[in-house]
Unconditional design. Structure first.
Length: 210
């Protein structure tokens, strides 16, 4: 299993070597994520965390949509620095920026919505996946929602030089356990800046109240 220090160095090097719109996962507008978020939480004061958000433009669009309680977590500060610069000081100050290894992170609060289009499919070992689910449970309030996207079973086997675990929405739901109900699935054929098409699967889940 790759350690936290090695992973941080890896992702820092990725962001140092490419502009934010050159990385393979770049989306000018993350339309499907925004659609699922709006379906799950409409209240502007809903607490939302983008796990592994890095330089993603999701935070820009959430702010534009009027959401006021947004956190972005990433292991490498360089990605978030790019997002802060893009937003400008005034808007960036409205966001909580968390530099942490998610698998070792202690959530300071419970969130209404957890969004992840960048972390879970990199966790190829069961111990890593269980740690992720443990953190997610501590971070998601009962009745709260979870959106996780991974490469689909016919998607790429590698991303940014690292192996991934390709999954269906049902496999994502099974990994989270019976405490979470699968509400909606979606798939996306993402075109990278280099022109390659990558197949993603999305799962929208809700944590049970009891």
């Amino acid at each position: 299993m790759v350690g936290s220090t090695e992973l941080k160095q890896h992702w820092r090097a990725v962001y140092a070597g490419k502009d934010e719109d050159e990385v393979s996962w770049y989306q000018a507008r993350p339309s499907l994520s925004l659609q699922l978020i709006r379906a799950a939480v409409a209240a502007p004061d809903a607490a939302i965390i983008d796990a592994g958000g890095g330089a993603s433009t999701l935070v820009d669009h959430l702010l534009q949509a009027g959401y006021r309680d947004i956190s972005v977590l990433d292991i490498a500060p360089e990605g978030m620095d790019k997002a802060k610069a893009r937003l400008g000081a005034e808007q960036a100050a409205q966001v909580r920026w968390i530099v942490a290894d998610l698998l070792q992170w202690q959530p300071p609060q419970m969130y209404d919505l957890w969004h992840d289009r960048a972390v879970f499919h990199f966790l190829t070992e069961e111990e890593q996946r269980q740690r992720y689910v443990d953190v997610l449970r501590r971070a998601t309030r009962p009745g709260g929602h979870v959106i996780i996207a991974t490469f689909a079973p016919d998607g790429p086997e590698m991303c940014s030089g690292l192996p991934v675990r390709r999954q269906s929405p049902q496999e994502i739901a099974a990994a989270l356990g019976e405490e979470f109900d699968l509400l909606q699935t979606a798939d996306e054929h993402h075109t990278t800046p280099a022109g390659k098409v990558q197949h993603f699967n999305y799962a929208l889940l809700r944590r049970r109240q009891g």
